[in-house]
Design a protein around this ligand. Structure first.
Ligand code: DAH
Length: 360
């Protein structure tokens, strides 16, 4: 018996001391394995006298179950500890911001498009779109620019290729956003209030021109639209866009094939120490073209000019971006220079909206 209680104490101490599953398995084999201490003793029972066997048998079996239970308990404890250690090691605060400092910036052209959209959305205009590869009809004819019209030459058009023998007029890279007027009229009918910001193309490249640039078109059609509403709309736009209370616009009679009458619009400004100030001074700067939509253009869009009339305007986005944000050189817009983008770009998550301030 002494022998058994010694064995018990010894094995239980080893179980408690086993610090990983391998050590614990070694303890198990040494006690309960085929040649383990307890198994050997159980085997010796056969050679004992019946009285001895009756004493030693139950004691040995009880020890076997006790050690077995102790091994299981220890194994479970080791597994719990391993899991806890792993959880501790892989702990992650999922509430932390994923990217505390975004490095990309919004290009000034995108920023200005978002600003324009916010301002005109506030006045009830929605955004319309059209393709950049446009048919000759949408880009010219439908806008009252007939094949021999001199305005076609002024547009420095990029023509797409046609297969030899195909005599239809080639498609063009749209030279202005005005064809979206026709598409919006066809798609939505009257009444209508849309703006159409987007890319346009002209074969022209020097210090102040790029072969691809951006315009925004505006179009409002209703039963009794007037030039006074055009003027108010443009003044409100300039006030909101340039973020100055006092803006003054000057309408100069002009000519566009798609509007009658037509006006070019200048804004009052001053140059002070190379800086442009909008709304003060004695200079005028041309910022856009506009007018009352020509009846032929309404007709091309499927709208009856005896029932409806409208105003339209078009302005260069790159140019007003340069004016507003003091960017001196147009060419840098399209060079993808990261240093330039970091300097003139806008924070990625600050979407322009009117109540909070457009450019913050
Ligand atoms: N499409 C003209 C251009 O690219 C700009 C323009 C002028 C658009 C007058 C208009 C407008 O809608 O009414 O030069």
């Amino acid at each position: 018996m002494d022998d058994i209680s010694e064995l018990r104490a010894q094995v239980l101490t080893q179980v408690a001391a086993a610090s990983d599953p391998d050590a614990l398995e070694a303890v198990r084999l040494a006690a309960l394995g085929k040649k383990g201490a307890i198994s050997l003793r159980l085997r010796e029972l056969g050679g004992m006298s019946p009285e001895e066997r009756q004493r030693a048998g139950p004691a040995l079996n009880a020890l076997k179950s006790e050690i077995d239970a102790a091994l299981r308990a220890r194994r479970a404890a080791l597994e719990d500890a391993a899991l806890a250690a792993r959880l501790q090691g892989e702990w992650l605060d999922v509430t932390l911001p994923a990217r505390p400092r975004p490095r990309g910036t919004i290009h000034p052209v995108s920023q200005v498009m978002d600003e324009l959209t916010a301002i005109f959305a506030d006045m009830g205009f929605s955004v319309a779109e059209g393709p950049q590869i446009e048919s000759d009809w949408y880009n010219f004819d439908a806008l009252n620019i007939a094949p021999e019209h001199p305005a076609r030459q002024e547009h420095d058009t990029f023509f797409m290729h046609r297969a030899a023998g195909d005599n239809r007029p080639p498609h063009v890279l749209r030279t202005h956003t005005s064809p979206v007027q026709i598409r919006a009229m066809q798609d939505q009918g009257a009444p209508l209030r849309v703006i159409a910001p987007g890319r346009v193309y002209r074969m022209d490249m020097d210090q102040t021109h790029a072969p691809m640039f951006h315009q925004v078109e505006g179009l409002a059609i209703d039963r009794a639209i007037t030039m006074a509403q055009l003027k108010w709309t443009l003044e409100e736009f300039c006030r909101a866009f340039f973020e100055v209370e006092a803006v003054e616009l000057r309408f100069r009679a002009s000519h566009f094939p798609f509007t009658e009458p037509s006006a070019e619009v200048d804004i009052r400004c001053a140059w002070q120490d190379g800086q442009l100030k909008i709304g003060e001074g004695d200079d005028w700067m041309e910022i856009l073209g506009s007018g009352m939509v020509h009846p032929d253009v309404l007709r091309a869009g499927g709208i009856d000019p005896d029932q409806w009339q409208g105003f339209a305007f078009g302005l260069g986005i790159d140019r007003i971006a340069m004016l507003k944000y003091g960017i001196p050189d147009l060419r840098a817009f399209f060079e993808s220079d990261l240093r330039w983008l970091r300097h003139y770009g806008f924070a990625a998550l600050d979407l322009p909206d009117l109540p909070a301030g457009l450019s913050r």
